[in-house]
Design a binder for this molecule. Structure first.
Ligand code: PLP
Length: 357
């Protein structure tokens, strides 16, 4: 990896602007993903450290998954595979459906009833995907997606099962370094199984090996307390022993990151190792913390979903704040937009529309 591999090629579109960081493909499916804004967020750590948001919610289908799906759809075309199949908590479903449509491929979405992702699934169906609800949680849908591999479909479930996908997140790290102009002390990332976090670490490592960064940041993984197998394993210390015991799963606003890892527990080790290698930590945040952070973010003009607001909420955690030195900097990855989540109508609108009925 040299500095040329990291350079942006503005004659290309979407993730292909950083093709040097991606596996080589003959096809280059794109909807214009990537190159998302990096915005300063004043006052989040008082005036002692700077905080920026990498606004991945502004990708074409409003989440970071578009980076992975641009690559996945291209690989599927290269390999002549019949279509994309995936288990999803919602965001990956919309994304896979849109990129399959752009590639002219069929897409089959499996979603657990527990994910409560009606708007996201409606968008996936609008893109032409075949949407199937599976009784249970994300892990139940995951098992079904694995079975579809036997029919030759490309399983683009965004865990580690398809190793191609996390490769696409490397460029996110390199963009962030380019825009920030320095290596942040901490990068905070919402995690389900955690390929985004691991892909980011890969990108920071690319920058170090290319000689354009002196070190990697500490990576902080954030889970919703209602379903937090990685945070629990991190605290426990014996990761595998902890992951082997199914975590309690409660209803959560952050269904997008509620992954119990049931049936693929070992995948959690990859995320935990990436956190450890970076000198970071894994924390969980409560429903009220996420609700407050969602409202505060919207009040700044950034409408994000609760799973993304989890990263903002984590900055209030003493352990996370302590990783950011005075005068240092942190970046939160705002992974998904609020427009795909149910919102309460403004009181005046609710009253007016109610009156019309
Ligand atoms: C909004 C949002 N943030 C974060 C994540 C976590 O992604 P992963 O654990 O796959 O890296 C997801 C996964 O679906 C998501 O939808």
């Amino acid at each position: 990896m040299g500095p040329d591999d990291l350079r942006e090629d503005r004659s290309r579109t979407g993730v292909w602007r950083r093709a040097g960081l991606l596996p080589r493909t003959a096809h280059a499916v794109t909807l214009g993903e990537g190159t998302t804004p990096l915005l300063p967020l004043a006052g989040l750590l008082g005036d002692r450290a700077r905080v920026h948001a990498k606004v991945e919610a502004l990708n074409p289908t409003l989440s970071f998954k578009d980076r992975a799906m641009a690559l996945a759809a291209s690989v599927a075309l290269d390999l002549g595979l019949p279509g994309l199949v995936l288990a999803s908590t919602g965001n990956a479903a919309v994304s896979a459906a849109a990129y399959a449509a752009a590639a002219g491929l069929p897409c089959r979405v499996l979603c657990g009833t527990g994910s409560r992702a009606a708007l996201k699934l409606a968008a996936a169906a609008a893109h032409g995907a075949d949407v199937e609800l599976v009784e249970g949680d994300y892990s139940s849908a995951y098992a079904r997606a694995v079975r579809a591999e036997d029919e030759g479909w490309f399983n683009v479930t965004t865990t580690y099962r398809n190793p191609v996908l996390a490769e696409a997140y490397r460029a996110l790290a390199v963009e962030l370094l380019d825009d920030l102009g320095h290596v942040p002390d901490v990068v905070v990332v919402p995690v389900g199984a955690g390929p985004l976090l691991r892909g980011l670490l890969g990108g920071f490592e690319d920058a170090v090996s290319a000689g354009v960064a002196a070190r990697t940041p500490r990576l902080v993984g954030v889970q919703a307390r209602a379903c937090a197998p990685l945070a629990r394993a991190w605290r426990h210390g014996d990761w595998m022993a902890s992951l082997a015991v199914p975590p309690p799963v409660l209803p959560t606003r952050a269904g997008a990151i509620a992954d119990s890892l049931r049936g693929y527990e070992r995948e959690g080790l990859l995320t935990l190792a990436a956190v450890r290698d970076s000198g970071g930590t894994v924390v969980d945040v409560g429903e009220d913390d996420m609700a407050r952070a969602t409202t505060a973010s919207a009040g700044r003009g950034l409408l994000v979903e609760p799973a993304a607001a989890a990263a903002l909420a984590a900055l209030a955690d003493d352990e996370v704040a302590a990783l950011v030195p005075d005068g240092g900097s942190a970046v939160v990855v705002l992974t998904g937009h609020g427009a795909k989540e149910p919102l309460a109508a403004a009181p005046a609108v609710a009253a007016a529309e109610g009156g019309e009925r």
